[in-house]
Ligand binder design. Sequence first.
Ligand code: F6R
Length: 250
Amino acid sequence: MKILEAKNYHEMSSIAAKIIIEKVQSKPDAKLGLATGGTPIGLYEELIQDYRSNRTSYERVCTYNLDEYVGINPEDSNSYRYFMEEHLFAHINVPESQIHIPDGTAEDLEAECERYDVELNRGEGVDIQILGIGSNGHIGFNEPGTSFSSHTHIVDLTETTRKANARFFQRLEEVPTQAITMGIASILKAKEILLLVSGINKAEVMKKLLTTDEVDEQLPASALKNHHNVTIIADEEALSLLREKKFQYK
Ligand code: F6R
């Protein structure tokens, strides 16, 4: 894993944006794996800015989101579909038909997971997967204990995750208890992975992740150590509990 230390959230977002923009410019039909949450918002703002000033085109790009809440309509402002529309899709020229997000309102959720895996595996794999990390080490909604061989599946969200995400809802009770998420194995199929990490509340998990060689299903993000092309872009606060700064892991 390569680690790029950014000064702050803004620099983390700019470094990530540069990598994505270069990919889309060199491969106009790139497949991008996208995340929601607070972490990638700055990255998406930079992509929009670049689209407006440099006209980087997303006309042939396909996007695949990591996850979606179960039981929330795509039109609902709390859905991840809505989040992506608001923070990225409405502002760039990616065609609707090339956007992929699991449907958390599907009648048969198991069939929806299978359908999503088929979409993901169509043609070449995802070129770059963007990830954030939960303070408990989750990636996507793969909570501690999730099998590293998991594909798209339904998860019960932990209380930690529901509380962390309650900031996007009016009340904690409104946060769904389940989600559909790409599994660890589905995520690791991407050719390149960018893990973005910002803020002091991620310092503990970064220390856990980066101070041992251990690959353990109790720390889902440790699965990334099994991938050949992972770059962690983390800011100073997120790396503040690590004594060795600006180091290369492995
Ligand atoms: C979001 C996702 C989650 C978040 C993680 C961090 O699609 O899959 O794993 O990346 O919960 O969330 P933030 O960025 O809000 O700290």
